[in-house]
Design a protein around this ligand. Structure first.
Ligand SMILES: *Cc1c(COP(=O)(O)O)cnc(C)c1O
Length: 347
C-alpha cells in the first residue's frame, strides 16, 4: 500500500473495531433467510432508503445489473443514463449482455443532466412507433463518480423523476456513494432514494467495509431480484460475516464522511494553485477530486515515486479520492508530492 493512497475509496481496509464487529457477527444460512445479521442489514437499508425491502449482494455492480435486468426486457428496450456512468464504462458491457439494453447517454454538466434534456432524449430520438427502441428506464448516479463526486441537486432529481414518470418509465438510483451525498447535502437518504423504483448503496466505498452492497425496492421487486441473485451466483451462506461490517459502517462511518469531504476540498484548493493544474475547487462537493495536468501518466508516476497514489484516465485527467485511511498529514504529503511532480514535469 502507498503511504498516501488516493487511488480510490474502495481501497480502505477494515478498522480494528470493524473487524471486532465482524468477529462477533451472528450468522446462519443466508439463502434460507436464516442469517440474522444479513436480515438486519437489509431491513436497515430498506428503511434508510425509503423502500419496502432490500437485498444484500456481493457488489454494487451486481445491484446495477440485477436492477437493470428487472427493469429492462431484452429485445430493444432503452435505458437513459449520464455519460461515463458506471454501467457504461466499468461493468464489462453488462447492460448489453445481460439485459439486451439499448443505451442512450444523456448529456449534462459533470454527469448531471437536466430534466428537459432527458425529456428531449426520450421523446425526440427518431421516428417513434414500431421503428424506435422502446424507452423503459432512467438511471441517476449519486454522487457522480467520473463527474467528480458531484451531488445532484434535489430539485433536479425530482424533475428527472417527473419526466421519467410522465413517459411511463422506470427509475433506478446508483447510490454507490449515496451517503456521501447525504452528508454533503444534509438531505436524508430516503429523500434521495425513496422516489426511485430501485436504489442501492455500496458498503465498500467511503463506508469502508470489505464486501457488499444493498439493493432496495418494492417487496415484489426484491422478490424478483432474489431470483436473479440466485441465478448469477450471488446467493451466499454465512454472509453475516460481511453484513456485520455494513451495519458497523452505517453506525460509525457515515458522519465522518464530512472529514473526507473537507480533506478533498483542501487537496483541491492546494492543487488548483499549482502550475499546469486545471481545477475549480468550488466543484469539489464530496470526496472525489478530478483535475487535468499536462501529462497525467507522468504525473501519477512521479507521485508514485514519492509513495502517493492517484489514478489517471486518459492523457491529462487525474482522479484523487479521500477516505478513512487518508488523514490531514496525508493531504499535506500529497500536495508536497504534487508540487514536486509538476515542478519536474514543467522543466
Ligand atoms: C463502484 C461503483 C459501482 C460498482 O460497485 P462495486 O461494489 O465496485 O461493484 C457502481 N456505480 C458507481 C457510481 C461506483 O462508483
Amino acid at each position: 500500500m502507498p503511504a498516501v493512497n488516493l487511488y480510490s475509496d474502495t481501497q480502505t481496509r477494515p478498522t480494528p473495531e470493524m473487524r471486532a464487529a465482524i468477529a462477533a457477527a451472528e450468522v446462519g444460512d443466508e439463502q434460507l433467510r436464516q442469517d440474522p445479521t444479513t436480515v438486519a442489514l437489509e431491513e436497515r437499508v430498506a428503511d434508510l432508503l425509503g423502500h419496502e425491502a432490500a437485498l444484500f449482494l456481493p457488489s454494487g455492480t451486481m445491484c446495477n445489473e440485477i436492477a437493470i435486468r428487472i427493469h429492462i426486457r431484452p429485445g430493444g428496450e432503452r435505458m437513459f443514463l449520464g455519460r461515463a456512468t458506471h454501467p457504461l464504462i466499468a461493468e464489462a458491457g453488462g447492460p448489453a449482455q445481460l439485459s439486451g439494453a439499448v443505451i442512450t447517454e444523456v448529456d449534462g454538466e459533470a454527469g448531471m443532466f437536466e430534466p428537459a434534456t432527458l425529456d428531449a432524449a426520450i421523446g425526440g430520438s427518431g421516428p417513434g412507433g414500431r421503428y424506435a427502441p422502446r424507452p423503459r428506464l432512467v438511471c441517476v448516479e449519486q454522487t457522480t463518480n467520473m463527474g467528480g463526486g458531484r451531488v445532484w441537486p434535489l430539485d433536479r432529481v425530482r424533475g428527472v423523476l417527473d419526466v421519467a414518470r410522465s413517459h411511463g418509465l422506470d427509475t433506478h438510483l446508483d447510490g454507490a456513494r449515496l451517503m456521501n451525498a447525504v452528508v454533503a447535502s444534509g438531505v436524508d437518504a430516503a429523500s434521495w432514494a425513496g422516489g426511485f423504483d430501485s436504489a442501492w448503496l455500496d458498503f465498500t466505498k467511503g463506508l469502508g467495509a470489505p464486501v457488499g452492497a444493498c439493493l432496495a425496492g418494492s417487496a415484489a421487486f426484491i422478490e424478483e431480484a432474489w431470483r436473479w441473485k440466485q441465478m448469477m451466483g450471488g446467493a451466499m451462506r454465512q454472509s453475516g460475516i460481511v453484513a456485520a461490517a455494513g451495519l458497523y459502517a452505517l453506525d460509525h462511518h457515515v458522519e465522518r464522511l464530512a472529514d473526507d469531504h473537507a480533506r478533498a476540498r483542501r487537496l483541491a484548493e492546494g492543487l488548483a494553485e499549482l502550475p499546469g493544474v486545471a481545477l475549480d475547487p468550488a466543484t469539489v462537493e464530496s470526496n472525489i477530486v478530478i483535475f487535468d495536468v499536462p501529462d497525467a501518466p507522468a504525473f501519477c508516476a512521479a507521485l508514485a515515486e514519492q509513495d502517493v497514489a492517484m489514478s489517471h484516465f486518459g492523457p491529462t485527467r487525474v482522479r484523487a479520492v479521500t477516505h478513512l485511511d487518508v488523514d490531514d498529514d496525508g493531504i499535506d504529503r500529497a500536495l508536497a508530492a504534487a508540487t514536486r511532480a509538476l515542478g519536474a514535469a514543467t522543466v
